[in-house]
Write a protein that binds this ligand. Structure first.
Ligand code: IMP
Length: 177
């Protein structure tokens, strides 16, 4: 078995649960009468989405979209494309995008532009972890879980070369450049 770096924990599963429930309360207040579409970005948002919607006690729908991003390395290419698209139209829907991490902002900006062209009634963004120090393009985050340092984040669905998604905590690993 190949060795892998040991993550340094930033937020425990318990802290994440409290944050997810805080986000759910904010979202409930704004969306309880809107029958929104929650749109998760694969793969990283699957765990966050699953925990978040269990707190939302009103009618909603869920969809997922998959974008190309880092591939198997750790640096963004800046080039984004839709690998797996929406399964139903979003025209006139209240769409809430659920993202695991915003780094340079290139991926999410591309997605928001792509979605805006499909004329949703509203479009908002919920992000679990944000690395503001790395931003290359401005991104307006409507619901934010955690701000994180400029480190390579893993855990709670977020991967490093497909590893660590199953970690119940959020941590970082030291990257050797
Ligand atoms: P951005 O386009 O630079 O904002 O990067 C967004 C995407 O890159 C995220 O959806 C992740 O897939 C990936 N990413 C960025 N930073 C990290 C990190 O620290 N850990 C794991 N994936 C990351």
């Amino acid at each position: 078995m190949s060795s892998q770096p040991k993550p340094h924990i930033l937020f425990t599963g318990q802290e994440i649960a409290a944050t997810v429930s805080r986000l759910a309360a904010e979202i409930s207040q704004d969306y309880h009468d809107k029958h929104p579409l929650l749109l998760g970005i694969l793969k990283g948002s699957f765990m966050f989405m699953a925990d978040l919607i269990r707190h939302l006690d009103f009618p909603l729908e869920v969809d997922f979209i998959r974008l190309s991003s880092y591939g198997r390395g750790s640096q963004t290419s800046g080039k984004v494309k839709v690998v797996q698209g929406l399964s139903s139209p979003i025209e006139d829907r209240d769409v809430l995008v659920i993202e695991d991490i915003v780094d340079t902002g290139l991926t999410i900006s591309f997605l928001l532009d792509y979605l805006r062209k499909k004329r949703p009634a509203s479009l908002k963004l919920c992000v679990l972890t944000d690395k503001p120090s790395r931003r290359q393009v401005p991104v307006a985050i409507d619901y934010l879980g955690f701000s994180v340092p400029d480190k390579f984040i893993v855990g709670y669905g977020i991967d490093w070369s497909e590893k660590f998604r199953n970690l119940p905590d959020i941590g970082f690993i030291e990257m050797e450049d």
